[in-house]
Design a protein around this ligand. Structure first.
Ligand SMILES: NC(=O)c1ccc[n+]([C@@H]2O[C@H](COP(=O)([O-])OP(=O)(O)OC[C@H]3O[C@@H](n4cnc5c(N)ncnc54)[C@H](OP(=O)(O)O)[C@@H]3O)[C@@H](O)[C@H]2O)c1
Length: 237
């Protein structure tokens, strides 16, 4: 397949965890990838080895609006078009209801809620042009229901879900299809750090999220899937 026939996929936070699993899966399926990461020098070897041919890696910090614009601009400059945005970068501070940690609330609002909306806004004109643009928002079950006391994380993910639904409505007529994926616990640094009492082997795997993403990208405009809830053994849906 010529490069000009391949779809161009942007993935934020693709250097580790769920983001790098998605990048590796899509790389094996011959997409052209544009990875937005805070430190472009520190990519896993599997991704770093194909730089320049199949993959652009650009500096992107979710707290910095200018870096979002320069990443989108660099992607279009390198590949000439843009078909898919995967909003994956995210953070978790475990601040609870009675904690006075407004700076942590602000931080999650910035990274988990505002940053994906900003990227969505920036890519929308290119996805319209594509005619079959796709946005996949990695939300969380914490953006669907509240089980514990991670109030700021949940608030930021509920907000991200609202932005995702808005994008779905606004892009529909132009063939843009938006899916939000809501995993429960997934094996990653995020859960190692913040949920150490839960065994990692009982959590969903990043590779499983990647398989879902891969399937979503194969579907035509006429078979839209707005939401995927995914869970591990800690919760029955
Ligand atoms: N793990 C779970 O159980 C779970 C469940 C549901 C949803 N999620 C969501 O899935 C997504 C990925 O999570 P994960 O489990 O893979 O977490 P992770 O292993 O902690 O990875 C987080 C990723 O986000 C990037 N990131 C964080 N802050 C950033 C910033 N300011 N600018 C750019 N990139 C930034 C990180 O980059 P650095 O390496 O530079 O920090 C890293 O690539 C997140 O949105 C998370 O909320 C995770």
């Amino acid at each position: 397949m010529e490069n000009s026939e391949k779809k161009v996929v942007m993935i934020s936070g693709a250097n580790r965890g769920i983001g790098s699993a998605i990048a590796e899966k899509l790389l094996s399926e011959h997409y052209l990838l544009s990875l937005g990461v805070r430190n472009p020098e520190h990519l896993p070897e599997s991704l770093a080895s194909v730089r320049e041919t199949q993959l652009l890696c650009h500096k992107y910090d979710a707290r910095d609006g200018d870096s979002a614009k320069s990443w989108v601009d660099a992607t279009v400059k390198q590949f000439g078009s843009l078909d898919v945005l995967i909003n994956n970068a995210g953070i978790l501070h475990t601040t609870g209801l009675e904690d006075e940690e407004e700076d942590l609330l602000d931080d999650m609002w910035e990274v988990n809620a505002k940053a994906p909306l900003r990227l969505t806004r920036l890519v929308f004109p290119y996805l319209r042009k594509s005619g079959s643009g796709r946005i996949i928002d990695i939300i969380s079950m914490s953006g669907k229901r509240v089980k514990g006391n991670w109030v700021g994380y949940s608030m930021s993910k509920y907000a991200a879900l609202a932005a995702s639904h808005t994008a779905s409505l606004q892009g529909w007529e132009d063939g843009i299809r938006v899916t939000n994926i809501c995993p429960g616990f997934v094996q990653s640094d995020m859960t190692i750090t913040n949920a150490p009492s839960f065994p990692q082997e009982k959590m969903s795997r990043p590779e499983d999220v990647a398989k879902v993403v891969s399937t979503l990208l194969l579907l035509p405009n006429e078979s839209a899937i707005p939401e995927v809830m995914m869970n591990c053994v800690f919760e029955t849906i």
